[in-house]
Design a protein around this ligand. Sequence first.
Ligand code: C2E
Ligand code: CA
Ligand code: CA
Ligand code: CA
Length: 276
Amino acid sequence: AKRKGKNTYQYFDQKLNERIHRRFEIEKSLRRALECEEFKLLFQPQIDTVTKAITGAEALIRWEHPELGLVSPGEFIDVAEDSGLIVPIGKWVIREVCAYIKKWIDAGVPLVRVSLNVSPRQFQDENFVDYFTQVLSETRVSGKWIGVEITECGIIQDVQYAQKTIMELRKMGIAIDIDDFGTGYSSFSYLMDFPVDKIKIDQAFVKDMHIEKAGAIVKSVISLAHNLNMLSIAEGVETEKQSTLLASYGCDEQQGYFFHGPVDEVEFIGLLTSGL
Ligand code: C2E
Ligand code: CA
Ligand code: CA
Ligand code: CA
């Protein structure tokens, strides 16, 4: 029994070593990834609950690591946030989204607004707005085609700064969505001070929506959004049942595997051109 115990420890040691090694490898190669263009963007459609038309899309980053294979953002965004590399990565995302939009406009693709994720550290970066302004003017893309998804923690760290930044983005026509709503520990009183366009209901609530209490929360968030003159969108919609329930609650838009997962540029253009 003792020997077995030892083997088990060795097994866990090995697993732990692999995890530490992987994290170390990710940290080390993140910088190179930017230079070598190992990142790419996928697009996930957002659907109007009533008309079922595509009304927008979320840009989601992917990393094709030469040795580790596909590394999901769940694995490297935190690492990038800690090291500060999220700022140049975030700049790449802004540039990439604007370049795509420019290309699609020129090609006559029937366009929708594309929202990109902005991490707290990137949002707090003092050059964030200037960089956005610069890229929009260089690519001659209107901010009306762009949205940003910010989490509550990105906002409440410095409320005054956040307010100013959000105002400036909105002046450019950029829409502001609150991501992962309800998962932070903040009170939602800050919503009174922020001209936000849309509240994005976190997938954790959508997943449990068949349970009465989670359903009640989803319902309340949708009314909260409407009472504040904002729109609501639910993410992580995986079943018809969830979609129907959200519709009955008056949720404006939906996003999730039930409609479509994230797709590459070619497939996305196909969806925009000929529908889901
Ligand atoms: P998020 O912003 O909450 O994005 C939603 C995540 O749910 C995405 O995971 C998406 O692929 C996934 N998803 C979509 N539909 C469904 C569904 O029906 N069911 C389930 N279970 N999941 C669904 P992904 O692409 O792996 O991204 C994970 C997180 O990484 C994102 O969470 C976001 O916080 C972050 N992220 C992704 N791209 C970027 C980026 O360009 N910049 C920054 N700063 N963060 C990003
Ligand atoms: Ca998001
Ligand atoms: Ca989210
Ligand atoms: Ca999330």
